[in-house]
Design a protein around this ligand. Structure first.
Ligand code: NCD
Length: 309
């Protein structure tokens, strides 16, 4: 895999994805083999938006590779509060760290920031844009549970503002998956994403406003949270809040082999009763963030090249 930065899943070929997933599987099987691999290397964490899983799993991944992290901390406690620009912040922190992870509320922030730094920059979510490292752990989870070949997936919820959805949809075009997008009309995929997916080779995509008609055909159902913080108007959020929830009754029409995923955090999209069933893969999915991010960091830190390879 040869990339300077990881900004969107559009830049990932099928071979790139398989390289990361295969490496993650190797690491998952024997994490002790890489326990000192990046000793003395530092990962800079710049989170301008809340995060639990992404930030902590990057931190865990870096420490499990023998390295450590330097963390900008909250926006409130950083010089961002004094008016520092993103470009200046990343230029300073690249002097402290061997790679950077950036989450930012503005779409396009990761692309812009990457233009100012020489160390690898990994996009951990830019507004309603992209979240490619989440996609890699999603693909890893799909591969383990349902396989990536001949996949029929339903992607449901906030398809407009959900960056995990945008990244996943692009990446799945590498695998000729049949993708069914289920949402209220107001939260459909952005038209430019639909256009791109149609252009991509083998993109079998369809849009629906109800889960009912597609549920029985699905191998995977990927549920997402309505992204309340991205709505320009709270009343618009209230109109769609609470729609598109699933519970045990919903699943009566599903295949016994259905895998249910969610990038988490969930609000009320998945009834807790589902957690105890064989369908639920969302906690496993969150745990997969560690080996997948270890694999990614390993690949990027090697290519960053201060030479332990
Ligand atoms: C997602 C995100 O931040 O986009 N969370 C995550 O990284 N697992 C999904 C969300 O916030 O709904």
């Amino acid at each position: 895999m040869r990339h300077d930065h990881l900004i969107t899943s559009k830049q990932l070929s099928r071979a790139d994805i398989e390289t990361v997933l295969d490496r993650a599987a190797e690491i998952d099987a024997d994490p002790s083999a890489v326990a000192d691999r990046h000793a003395n290397r530092l990962l800079g964490l710049l989170f301008f938006e809340p995060s639990t899983r992404t930030k902590m799993s990057f931190e865990t991944a870096m420490k499990r590779l023998g390295g450590d992290v330097v963390d900008m901390g909250s926006v409130e406690s950083s010089s961002v509060k004094k008016g520092e620009t993103l470009a200046d912040t990343v230029r300073v922190i690249e002097g402290y760290a061997d790679a950077l992870v950036l989450r930012h509320p503005k779409q396009g922030a990761a692309t812009m920031a990457s233009e100012f730094v020489d160390v690898p920059l990994l996009n951990a979510g830019d507004g309603a844009g992209h979240h490619p490292t989440q996609t890699l752990l999603d693909l890893y989870t799909i591969r383990e549970n349902a396989g990536l070949d001949d996949l029929t997936i339903g992607i449901m919820g906030d398809l407009k503002y959900g960056r995990t959805v945008h990244s996943l949809a692009y990446a799945l075009t590498n695998f000729d998956a049949r993708q069914h997008f289920v949402s209220p009309e107001s939260l459909q995929l952005p038209r430019e994403v639909v256009y791109d997916l149609h252009q991509a080779d083998g993109a079998g995509i369809r849009e629906h406003d109800s889960l009912e008609e597609v549920l029985p055909s699905l191998d995977v159902l990927y549920v997402t949270r309505i992204q309340r913080e991205r709505f320009p108007d709270e009343q618009e959020y209230q109109k769609v809040a609470g729609e598109y929830q699933i519970d045990m009754e919903t699943l009566e029409a599903a295949s016994d082999d259905l895998t249910i995923m969610h990038p988490l955090p969930r609000v009320d999209e998945i009834a807790p009763a589902i957690d105890e069933t064989e369908y639920a893969a969302y906690f496993e999915q969150a745990h997969n963030g560690v080996p997948v991010r270890m694999a990614l960091l390993d690949l990027f830190l090697q290519e960053g090249g201060d030479g332990d390879e």
